[in-house]
Design a protein around this ligand. Structure first.
Ligand code: ASP
Ligand code: MG
Length: 414
């Protein structure tokens, strides 16, 4: 029997599905992992399912079921197999190169979640098994996106959940950082598909990254929240290129020397609902929005006018995919008196993001002037300490982002 050796510096890496989309790519990644091992590190690797295989598993369900009756338990076991395929193949690839490796599914890795199938949240990780394997000098390959509920069922964390698995494992092992390898080179000032001027950032802090989470590396916002909560630095980089990636961390020491604005975030799936002539009284806003929260619909930007002659107009945005449902819920309100409900599609949300904007005037007016100069109408406005958001017509997104990127000088390095 092999004797335990001491655990060296633990490195936690996650590889996304696009980096593992074929047997050849799995072999290539296994070579990268082997090289890291040769440098003397203790390695814990979290993998996503190969390529689009999770989507393929989802579509298989439709092919065997006559009726579309959701079966969350069976579905989670099915979907969890995607990551089991990639983790076992990775372990086999490493072993065939002469490296000692072991694959662990979520349960074996000690990942406990709540029991909400398809959207489970990690409760706890018992890292004993992982540590034990590391102590034997093994490379540990963990199937991402999954865990075990307290009643022993297999759960999945929701689409894109492997990022969250990786951060949680890094936290449980007290790793120095969590490395996320993907098919883009890092986090960009804005979507590079919109403007060639988009620039890869060397660093970004957690708060900004949360706002930007839909861009560039398309990181799962939950993983950023978790990293921020436990102050676990992330490094996002391309799997197959040597180019430096982006550090995401909580360090604010250099904040005042940095640019006030870090990037421009875009969401193209925005629609709005206006409830007109609402009889105003205390509690009306809460009542109006209650059916939405009860149906799990989240409301984003909310605007309420001051009431004139006892009535007020209410406008809020929801994701385009739930517009019809939200519209019906508003129409069916019977405790509230109002004149009309109007739904509007085809909107987009553009946000200028940066912690350096806090307590500094002038950024909002620069944003509004830039859009005005382009002849772009602003539909709604909302701000937070680190963000100015406008709702505009979807067709104007590219023009708006290109001009804002220029007026906020984002193409130039910090
Ligand atoms: N395989 C899962 C998905 O496609 C989880 C992940 O890739 O992070 O959503
Ligand atoms: Mg993925």
């Amino acid at each position: 029997m092999k004797k335990p050796v001491s655990i060296n510096k633990i490195i936690v890496q996650k590889y996304g599905g696009s980096s593992l989309s074929s047997p050849r790519k799995i072999r290539e990644v296994s070579s990268l992992i082997a090289k890291k091992k040769d440098e003397g590190n203790s390695l814990v690797i979290i993998v996503s399912a190969m390529g689009k295989s999770t989507d393929e598993l989802v579509s298989l369900i439709g092919e065997v079921a006559d009726k579309n009756i959701p079966d969350p338990r069976e579905m989670d076991i099915l979907l969890s197999t995607g990551e089991i395929v990639s983790s076992t193949l990775m372990a086999i690839a490493l072993k065939s190169k002469g490296y000692d490796a072991v694959s662990l599914n979520g349960t074996q890795a000690g990942i406990t979640t709540d029991s909400s199938h398809g959207a489970a949240r990690i409760r706890d990780i018992n890292p004993d098994r992982i540590r034990n394997e590391l102590a034997f000098g093994r490379i540990v390959i963990i199937a991402g996106f999954q865990g075990r509920s307290e009643t022993g069922e297999v759960t999945t964390l929701g689409r894109g959940g492997s990022d969250t698995s990786a951060v949680a494992v890094a936290v449980a092992l007290e790793a120095e950082q969590c490395e996320i390898y993907t098919d883009v080179q890092g986090i960009y000032t804005t979507d590079p598909a919109i403007t060639d001027a988009a620039r890869k950032l060397d660093v970004i802090n957690f708060e900004e990254m949360l706002e930007m989470a839909s861009l560039g590396a398309k990181m799962n916002p939950r993983s950023i929240e978790l990293a921020a909560l436990y102050d676990m630095p992330l490094y996002v980089a391309s799997t197959f290129s040597r180019v430096n990636g982006t550090f995401i961390h909580g360090d604010t020491k250099i904040m005042e020397e940095r640019k006030a604005v870090t990037g421009i975030a875009v969401d193209r799936n925005v629609s709005k609902i206006s409830v007109l002539g609402v009889m105003d009284r205390p509690g009306v806003a809460a009542e109006l929005l209650k059916p939405l929260s009860e149906s799990g619909i989240s409301v984003d930007v909310i605007v309420q006018n001051t009431s004139v002659d006892g009535t007020t107009d209410f406008t809020f945005t929801v994701d385009e995919s739930v517009l019809d449902q939200a519209y019906q819920l508003m129409k069916n309100q019977n405790n509230i008196i109002f004149n009309d409900v109007i739904a509007g599609r085809g909107l987009a949300k553009i946000s200028v993001v940066g912690t350096g904007m806090q307590n500094t005037p002038g950024y909002a007016s620069l944003m509004f002037e830039t859009l005005a100069d382009e002849g772009i109408n602003i539909d709604m406005i909302t701000t937070s300490e680190i963000r100015i958001t406008t709702i505009i017509d979807k067709n104007s997104v590219d023009q708006a982002v290109q001009s804002l990127h220029k007026s906020f000088n984002l193409e130039k390095p910090d």
